[in-house]
Design a protein around this ligand. Structure first.
Ligand SMILES: Cc1ncc(COP(=O)(O)O)c(C=O)c1O
Length: 381
């Protein structure tokens, strides 16, 4: 019988080291591997092509996402870039409009100049992409929930429509992690994660991964990994592997803290709006409950008083660190308009609803009373 998530998180891809019996996969800090005769080696010849620590991590991540293949990169953006390379010259991609700002920048300001084209649309309506289909449309790029507005896309419904037209579906699953959402099981063709976030979980590493059950696509993406060379180092692989061992318990705690905090914020008179998929007030709460096995640790909210008040809250928090990124054990607070989404043009931010008073929280796993008190004093005192 297949092991359960928590067990796979600790054991998948990780055998005791054959030469020493070390329980933890060692950090194979080497760029090259000795050959007994030209072309004869023990499975590894050069670390850009493959490295035992990276190999163990890739098997581990693939197992968690229910994929046959996991292919790691030096960042989430590099993983995204590898997928767009794979789609090929001339490809048109229809993307969720509210994707991570760096993804939008990569699409519109890099690949749009490299023989790819993009349309952005609100995929909360699963049929919305159909109006944008062109003869060369190769993929739908889904992020669910999105960043920072926590909009959801119905992955199965999009897959059904896209596959009927021969279009692939790729899901950036960073916000939920494989613990709360498995897009491949919902029919998606490929999953991308920024491992920098929940998978690593300790804000000490930048990495990305592409996962798929499509053998031919995996071969090509592995070829791109080796040829472009945006590969993670063995120490980073070790850190993410250490992170995944506790993914399940961290995600449960992130979610429990976020649920509590979101409910508290919603009851606060100076908070005009709280966006959290776990709240019944979230317009897609029913979809969230159906599609995900939890609601995650990300909360966005709008505080009364616009930019001035939002800035004050950000500056006054002491437990919440004012920083970009998310998914680590420590709570972070940020202002999407000025920070993570500054690369999104102001008119598009306005169109999307990224208000000047919008604050995004990555709820960590500190004690919930300290988190509530930190936000309370920042708003009230
Ligand atoms: C949803 C999402 N996807 C991709 C990325 C890019 O990942 P990285 O920063 O590891 O390149 C991020 C980074 O914030 C993200 O939030």
């Amino acid at each position: 019988m297949a092991h359960r998530f928590e067990t796979r998180a600790i054991h998948a891809g990780q055998e005791p080291d054959p030469s020493t019996g070390a329980v933890c996969t060692p950090v194979y800090m080497t760029s090259t591997f000795v050959q007994s005769a030209p072309g004869v080696h023990q499975g590894y010849d050069y670390s850009r092509a493959d490295n035992p620590t990276r190999h163990a991590l890739e098997d581990n991540l693939a197992s968690l996402e229910g994929a046959r293949h996991g292919i790691t990169f030096s960042s989430g953006c590099a993983a995204t870039a590898a997928v767009v390379h794979w789609l090929g010259e001339g490809a048109h991609v229809i993307s969720m409009d509210d994707v991570y700002g760096g993804t939008r920048r990569l699409f519109s300001q890099v690949f749009a100049h490299a023989a790819r084209s993009f349309s952005f649309t609100d995929l909360t309506d699963p049929g919305a992409f159909e109006a944008h289909i062109q003869p060369n449309t190769k993929a739908i790029w889904v992020e669910s929930p999105t960043n920072p507005l926590l909009k959801l896309a119905d992955i199965s419904a999009i897959v059904e429509r896209a596959h009927a037209r021969g279009i692939k579906v790729i899901v950036d699953n960073t916000f939920m992690s494989p613990y709360f959402q498995n897009p491949l099981a919902l029919g998606a063709d490929m999953v991308v994660h920024s491992c920098t976030k929940y998978l690593g979980g300790h804000s000490d590493v930048v990495m990305g991964v592409v996962m798929t059950n499509d053998d031919a696509a995996a071969d090509r993406i592995r070829f791109i990994q080796k040829s472009v060379g945006a590969t993670p180092g063995p120490m980073d692989c070790f850190l993410v592997m250490r992170g995944t061992k506790t993914l399940a318990i961290r995600m449960r705690e992130h979610q429990s803290n976020a649920m509590h905090l979101a409910s508290w914020l919603e009851a606060h008179p100076k908070v005009t709006k709280v966006i959290y998929p776990g709240l019944p007030s979230h317009p897609q709460h029913a979809l969230a409950a159906r599609q995900m096995s939890g609601f995650g640790g990300m909360i966005s909210f709008i505080v009364e008083g616009g930019l001035a008040m939002a800035t004050r809250v950000l500056e006054r928090c002491k437990v919440f660190a004012l920083a970009e990124s998310l998914g680590g054990v420590e709570s972070l607070i940020e202002h999407p308009g000025i920070m993570t989404h500054a690369s999104v043009p102001a008119e598009i931010r306005e169109e999307l609803g990224i208000d000047d008073g919008l604050i995004r929280l990555s709820t960590g796993i500190e004690h919930i009373d300290d988190l509530v008190e930190d936000i309370r004093q920042a708003i009230e005192d």
